[in-house]
Design a protein around this ligand. Sequence first.
Ligand code: ADP
Length: 619
Amino acid sequence: MRLHWKLILTYTFVVVLVVASVHLYLDRAMRAFLVGQLGDTLTREVRLAGAYLRRDLSDRPPPETLDGLADLLGQRLGVRATVTDGTGRVLGDSEVRLEDLAGLESHADRPEIREAWSGRMGRSLRYSATLKQEMLYVAEVVPGVGDGRVVMRLAMPVRDVGQIQKRIYGAVWVVSALVLALVLALAYGGSRFVSRPIVGMTQMARAVASGDFTGQTRVPGGSVRELRDLAGALDGMRRQIQERIGQITVEKSRLEVVLDSITEGMLVTDRDGHVQMTNRAFERLFGTTGCAEGRLPVELVRSGEVQEAIERTLATGKETTQGMTLPGVPERHLDVHIAPILREDACIGSVTVFYDITELLRLERVRKDFVANVSHELRTPLTAIKGCAETLVERALADREVAERFVQTILSQSDRLQHLLDDLLDLSRLESGKLELASEVCPIRRVVETGVGSVVQRAEEKEIAIHLDVPEEVEVRCDPKLIEQTLINLLDNAVKYTPNGGSVRVVVRPFAGTDSGSERSIPYTSPEAGERPVLDGEGAEARIVLEVTDTGIGISSDALPRVFERFYRVDKGRSRAMGGTGLGLSIVRHIVEAHGERVYARSELGKGSTFGFTLPVVV
Ligand code: ADP
């Protein structure tokens, strides 16, 4: 029910109650008062009439005289006058004719008469059987008349009292109605006065509840102090809530930024094990997109073990660690760490962190492989050197010719060792990531010529012709020393794996973006990462391609994708025999990638190979 209706009903009820009570009270009090007044008047008149009777009449007045007197008094005073003797017989009555008096019953039992006889002023209010209406009787003994028990009684109908009351009531009703109307108007106005600010406050509270803080800047409180105080308190509360929500929003977004910037996947659950939030790394890791909230971890992670581990943590409040493998290519290995969120010793949720240890495991494996490979590579020349040295010590020193051969072998194996160690050092420098690349502008022709210069002797020995198709004017931005080394490694391989009489061609041409597109071309495929870099046309004008093509033995399509791996050699024996370490192309790949460029290889078994890489051109 609305406030003003409630107030109006309450006020109406109160007014009606008051009016009814007043009416009830007035009815009795006024009647008593009026009857009392009437009685007093009658008393005075009875005394007067008594004095009058005593003065005018002898001891035994004749009945007709008494009746005549009663008639006279009744007429003059406008009342009913009755005179009775000491036995209660009526001697005169203003309302009864003389001849009828004898027929009247004795008045000895009338209360006012009995009271008068007992020496007091008798008074009685009752219904008169004679006059058929309610009458007030007042009676007193008239001393000195008759036997001293003659009673003078005056009576008046109380009908007049009722009429006076009726008139007064009429006024009371009118006033009551006016008061009621006034009260209702006041109640309505007052309730509007009170309810308007309350409505305002309610609207504000609703707006706040629905998250709208912008509506009103102040809550109306009206002129009632208490309401103003309440409005002030509400306003303060609204501002505080706004501030708090602002703070919480900032903290939440800060937390989200922090969580999203964490590279480990994270998943937060509530105490029932339902997901509350995940970070971006998690979405990337498990390929989920939003709407994770409220779901079970197993629906996102698809691992019953992780689900069980989370449930265990929630139940025990203890940290749990769990390993899991994510199927796919490549397979990912995760370390899952689940920690409880505790508040006052109660577990109110959990945080699960997914550490992707695939790369760690790979590096561990690579490190092990590397150590094994290096040991193996070092052992071979060392064994040869040791064998030669031992043979020399034991017996060959005497035979100069044999001794020379052994010493030659020791020398060549030492060269090999040195070569291997140089390559290893280069590689470790490149792989450490600490390499500082110089960024110089230099003519590509000069770089190519320097590179060719260092293999030309070996090429001549094998009668291999080296052709250059390199424009004079093209300038590239690179680290010239490292690019020279790259070129030397490629040319060295080209010469090594091309039979006598073959040819090698160095070509520099604009990068067309199709170098990985031809049928026989095999772009470098990183065996570790499993990714296949795409040489697209992006920035084609700003790049050149430097290719070394030979007419050598070529590489089978199975082996081609692996030639850039460390220590990978298609034919171990042949490579070793030629002083190869299996690290040359690995170094090439690292240098080119350090420049942010791409390297690739094309080859056909028995026909020849082409190795190329891109470089940015300075226009
Ligand atoms: P290596 O020191 O053995 O030459 P690389 O890393 O330079 O090591 O080359 C790896 C392997 O790739 C070589 O062992 C060889 O089998 C093959 N290879 C490299 N270049 C050529 C080429 N131009 N022609 C044929 N095979 C090649």
